[in-house]
Design a binder for this molecule. Structure first.
Ligand code: RNT
Ligand code: ZN
Length: 420
């Protein structure tokens, strides 16, 4: 039997099986096709970026590994992204960091302009993909002390305020050019390695700087701001200025989006439980879906319990108010595969959530039929979701099943391994 026919046949049988559970697979796939996932450009080159003297990561984040074929310039990174986009079905966006500017001449962070990102805007238009954006407050001599917007040095604070303002203009230009709002996420590395005696002063300085960065009202049609909290980073173990409580309060008070990164909490604390609470107090959420292993290690996202719980909460709380971004960086494996595996996992988790008999489960919970609810949830885990996802891939002209790996291996031989 031809492969396409086999995929179709398996889908028809899965569709019938789900129908027995009261779930319509066609509707689930139509909903899945509309949920964009923002791929993070920084997985493609270990968070180096393309500034002239690219400093690499710092500020408590770290990519390890030296798998061959790392993209060295915007053209190579875009080529790898083109390839990844061919292996991932459904709606996609690209999430850029300010250090990924495309400029022949060196430009300091406080002087960047939309024109330095024109080639990315052109690429996004061709791909029919939205763009998201991030100021880069790390990997720079003025961030050497791990204090940027909260620095006691006014000169340092002002430099980074200028960077934040420049980035918001770039984000708005991207959103305007693409007719699709750009989400700009602010994360800063600020914190202290050891005993901190005036946390309050640092946090007050951060409020002052953020107020200056966000002072200009920009149209939500073009760009929207999110702020990302964190518990700790390497070198800032004792105090992170932009903690969860800090940014939750700041976002609520200033009507911004909160960004929840799954690696930024205590090891047993999960973001899936936070979504429904936070959405009662902010209009929209941004997620950085990542995988912490013992710490904020940013491993490739797996199809694990927490990913499925996050996806279920996205579907239950309304995917239109939750923006999904990925945030991990692994240099020990093919970086294009890292994007592909992680993004497909995110999508599979969303599909699994869309295929749950949610109304029935909620009704059981309401009448405290806990045994039946548990039995039904467990039963759902072994329904033929893979056949539904394969069909989604085939329908979108993307390799179904493990076939994507063959394409990556051919690409790395032909393109990536020739880079040195
Ligand atoms: C760091 C944050 C932040 C970064 C990216 C590169 O811990 O998660 O989102 O990973 O901005
Ligand atoms: Zn993050």
């Amino acid at each position: 039997m031809k492969k396409g026919n086999a995929v179709e046949q398996r889908y028809q049988s899965a569709k019938a099986r789900y129908a027995e559970m009261g779930v319509n697979t066609d509707q689930a796939l139509a909903a899945l096709a509309k949920i964009p996932i923002s791929l993070h450009c920084w997985q493609g080159d270990d968070v180096h970026g393309f500034e002239k003297d690219a400093g690499g990561t710092s500020g408590g984040i770290l990519s390890t590994g030296n798998y061959p074929g790392c993209a060295r310039n915007p053209e190579e990174l875009r080529a790898d992204l083109d390839q990844a986009f061919k292996l991932i079905p459904g709606a996609k966006r690209l999430n850029l960091h300010a250090i990924y500017l495309d400029s022949k001449k060196p430009v300091d962070r406080n002087k960047i302009e939309p024109k330095h990102f024109q080639s990315w805007i052109d690429w996004a238009k061709k791909q029919k993909a939205g763009l998201d954006f991030n100021p880069t407050y790390f990997g720079h001599p003025k961030a050497a002390t791990n204090l940027t917007l909260s620095s006691p040095d006014k000169g340092i604070r002002d430099f980074w305020i200028e960077h934040g303002i420049a980035c918001r203009k770039i984000a708005a230009a991207m959103g305007k050019a693409l007719g699709n709002p750009c989400i700009m996420n602010t994360w800063i590395p600020d914190g202290f390695k050891d005993i901190t005696v005036d946390r309050l002063a640092a946090r007050k300085r951060l409020i002052g700087s953020l107020d200056a960065v966000f002072a200009e009202k920009l149209s939500p049609k073009y760009m929207r701001d999110a702020v990302e909290s964190k518990l700790f980073g390497i070198g800032v173990e004792s105090c992170t200025v932009g903690s969860n409580e800090f940014y939750l309060g700041y976002a609520v008070k200033n009507h911004l989006m909160l960004c929840l990164d799954s690696g930024h909490f205590h090891p047993t604390e999960v973001i899936s439980d936070k979504i429904s609470s936070v959405l009662l107090f902010v209009d929209e959420l941004l997620l950085h879906v990542s995988r912490p292993v013992r710490w904020d290690s940013d491993h490739v996202v797996l199809f694990d319990d927490e990913l499925q719980n996050i996806a279920a909460e996205i579907i239950r709380n309304g995917a239109d108010r939750i923006h999904i971004g990925l945030d991990y960086f692994d240099g020990t494996i093919n970086r294009l595969a890292a994007w592909t595996i992680g993004t497909r996992n995110m999508q599979k988790a969303l599909l699994a959530a869309l295929l749950l008999p949610q109304k029935e489960l909620a009704a059981l919970e309401k009448k405290a039929s806990n045994t039946r609810k548990l039995a039904l949830l467990e039963e759902c885990k072994s329904l033929p979701m893979g056949a539904v996802y394969d069909y989604f891939c085939a329908k979108n002209n993307v390799p179904a099943g493990f076939d994507f790996m063959g394409e990556i291996e051919a690409y790395e031989k032909k393109v990536q391994f020739k880079r040195s």
